[in-house]
Design a binder for this molecule. Structure first.
Ligand SMILES: *[C@@H]1O[C@H](CO)[C@@H](O)[C@H](O)[C@H]1NC(C)=O
Ligand SMILES: *[C@@H]1O[C@H](CO)[C@@H](O)[C@H](O)[C@H]1NC(C)=O
Ligand SMILES: [Zn+2]
Length: 308
């Protein structure tokens, strides 16, 4: 039995299923009973998955290049409260967003509007992010998918080399629960089964991400969707500062199931080769802001002491 399991795990790297282009799975879904195209075979689901500018990547911080143009992003209507629906799509849980929240600035080539968000996670709070930082994998990663504001659907936007912008956020294990995530986590039990969907009580994008002053440090590179079709039309922004969730909150995601009823865990793609791409880092902005503040504080202090 043990040998059979090992053999099947090995097979996952060689197995190719050619029953329709939509058939793909994560490594953990592959078994002797369920053969499917695991990440190394995603190019059989879509040729683009074998491209040279794929995502996710491991970000080696000492090889990133500081870019002064990567100023803080501008978020518009991120505070807007909406009632969406949340769905188990068989690979993740995904929330559709009314196309009113936009992101711009920070070296982005255009204004992009938010379309949907979804997550990638590990097994019961274990490593599960898609991007890694110096080899470190976080327990979960949020992807807020945006398209250039003049497009009306993602398919069209993906034909544009810079048509899509994804904001990626890491999560970290925290001692206390993050109550802003209750609306999402409370719906997970009712969407355990694939294709299950339910209404999401009022939420805003702003409540799910760090405060604006905690989003000034980020990485930027050109990559792809991290699921088939793997289209290389994504301007990636990966934020350094993680979002805190308690262990219990992280574990709640592992109760969701794949289509065969197995726990939906480790739904991340392994990191892809950089192939000579440069990753940029925003670094400069924080120092600039704080030194301006420092000067202001000093001038104020001097002014006060002189007038006294
Ligand atoms: C900002 O980041 C710091 C350090 O990680 C954290 O202590 C603080 O709670 C964060 N603030 C917000 C509003 O996210
Ligand atoms: C989910 O929905 C899709 C599209 O409607 C369908 O093709 C698929 O068989 C469904 N999967 C399950 C497990 O119900
Ligand atoms: Zn994703």
């Amino acid at each position: 039995m043990q040998q059979l399991v090992v053999l099947c795990a090995l097979l996952a790297s060689f197995w190719t299923v050619s029953t329709g282009s939509g058939d793909w799975c994560y490594q953990t879904q592959f078994s002797c009973q369920h053969q499917c195209n695991a990440p190394e075979k995603w190019n059989h689901a879509n040729q683009d998955c074998a491209g040279r500018h794929q995502s996710p990547i491991n970000i080696v911080t000492r090889k990133t290049l500081k870019d002064e143009r990567l100023t803080p992003l501008r978020f518009d209507n991120y505070q807007q409260i909406f009632k969406g629906s949340i769905k188990n799509n068989g690979h993740s849980v995904q929330v559709g967003i009314p196309h009113v929240s936009t992101v711009s600035g920070g070296g982005l080539p255009a204004t992009y509007k938010a379309v949907q968000f979804h997550l990638h996670w590990g097994d019961n709070g274990g490593p599960g992010s898609e991007h890694t930082i110096d080899g470190e994998q976080y327990p979960m990663e949020l992807h807020i998918v945006h398209m250039k504001s003049h497009y009306t659907d993602l398919i069209t936007a993906l034909r544009d080399k810079e048509g899509v912008a994804v904001l990626g956020f890491f999560y970290e294990n925290s001692n206390s629960a993050n109550r802003k995530y209750d609306p999402i986590i409370n719906t997970l039990q009712s969407i355990r089964a694939t294709n299950g969907s339910t209404y999401l009580p009022s939420i805003s994008l702003a409540q799910l991400i760090p405060s604006e002053q905690n989003m000034t440090s980020y990485y930027r590179y050109k990559g792809s969707l991290t699921t088939p079709g793997c289209t290389e039309s994504v301007v990636w922004t990966v934020f350094e500062n993680p979002i805190p969730l308690s262990t219990e909150q992280l574990k709640a995601f592992s109760k969701v199931q794949y289509h065969d009823g197995k726990p939906m865990v480790k739904n991340f793609r392994p990191v892809q080769p950089l192939n000579g791409r440069q990753v940029f880092y925003s670094g400069g902005a924080v120092i600039l802001v704080s030194s301006t503040l420092l000067v202001t504080a000093l001038v104020t202090a001097l002014g006060l002491s002189q007038s006294n």
